[in-house]
Design a protein. Sequence first.
Length: 486
Amino acid sequence: MTIDTATIEQIDALFRDRVDRGVAPSSVWGVFDPDGLVASGGHGDRGDGRAPHADTVYRIASCTKSVTAATLLTLVADGRIDLDAPITDAVPAFAAVRLPTPDSPVPTLRMLLTMSAGFPTDDPWGDRQESISDDELDAVLRDGLLFDSVPGTGFAYSNLGYALLGRAVAHAAGRPFTEVATDSVLRPLGLDETVFQASDAHGHVVVGARPFAGTWEPLPLSGPGAFSPIGGLFSTVTDLSRWARHLSSAFAPIRSGAAAEPGPVSAADRRTMQQAMRQIPRTALPSAKRPIGYGFGLFVEHDDDHGTIVSHSGGYPGFSAHMRWSVRTGLGVVAFENATQAKVSVPTETAHDLMLAASAAADRAADPAAADGRRPVRVLPETRAAQAAVTRLLSDWDDRLADAVCTPNVAMDVPYDRRRSAVAEAVAAVGADLTASPVAEESATPTHLRWWLPGTSGRLRIEIRLAPLAAGLVQTLTCVAEPSER
């Protein structure tokens, strides 16, 4: 899928401007489609007098959570973990935690995955806990926790929850979480530059910084520990875009009919990761532009024009990261910066919106039926066949053909003689040409289609919905005149 040069230049300018304005010492980005990394760029000084590039290593912080979720799912698939088991099975110290109500359930792994265990949001605190030991985490639990809600009833972004998931992985596998994630997810996918320890990276590792007294103050890198599952990974634009494409490829059969890319996590489980399991209220994420929820280690947004968009941000002392992609197109962006609270998610979202708009414009140019600005129509072959049959029916109504095209409820809901009369009246009202090609089409789902036929004094709108039967029969049929404004 080609991204035009003008759009690439606009995207590059977004990140160059960040460095020019002093938002971060360096900024690096990459855009990808289902086939791979399309373009990348970097600006500023990565610490050695050179600009960063696609293989420069940055902390990706909470983008790690998708890898944590995927690692857990490999153990679920092996039958070694039950998502509905209480966390006390893997972390006995949690039994000392006093729950918010007498009837509160002990948080399950599923609740922890979906940020619904009831813990308060904890970014500033959690970001500084990476290196603590399992024993120190147990001590935190024995000292007690606060709750914002009864476990399983709300949403609050929780690093503690993902630290506990890492313990569950280690308990089930009998090895440290970082080893399990590396061996079961990262290395099988060839993500060799994605590591939990800076010393294991092959490329140049950028140092994080924070602004102080008109300059950038370098910050030390924390090492692996009990909170590594929340955000401990280092990675590159090349590797993280590869990971995002792998997750996105689970939708390839729906998107293009191509096979989903194989990997350590099944395509079905990857699709599950990208479903909104828990709705996020506006108060919890006021910066969100679209309705949004949380899946397994991933945020899931819904865009009215572009469908589902999957994303995750990362923020650690000295670093900011973001990745996002469109389920419908497979187009995505990843970006990193090395400054505390840089919020690289802002330009990354803008860059992604530019890509989606350019892609939609290209689709419209290639599809005359979408020339009026509606998004390209993608429906099942059965829907197209039903459209052709309905076109024949409306041109020359025959009850036997109607019975062959429609489910029995169509005649029961509105008798055929009334439908025939209504169609004739609608056609006459706008002077519709039933033999003409549609002037516009749109679809809400693969089994739904709405199209317009031209007329001398307006348009004729025809709409069908198929029943859930393999025969592809029409369960809803409407024909409405839309006269021109006088």
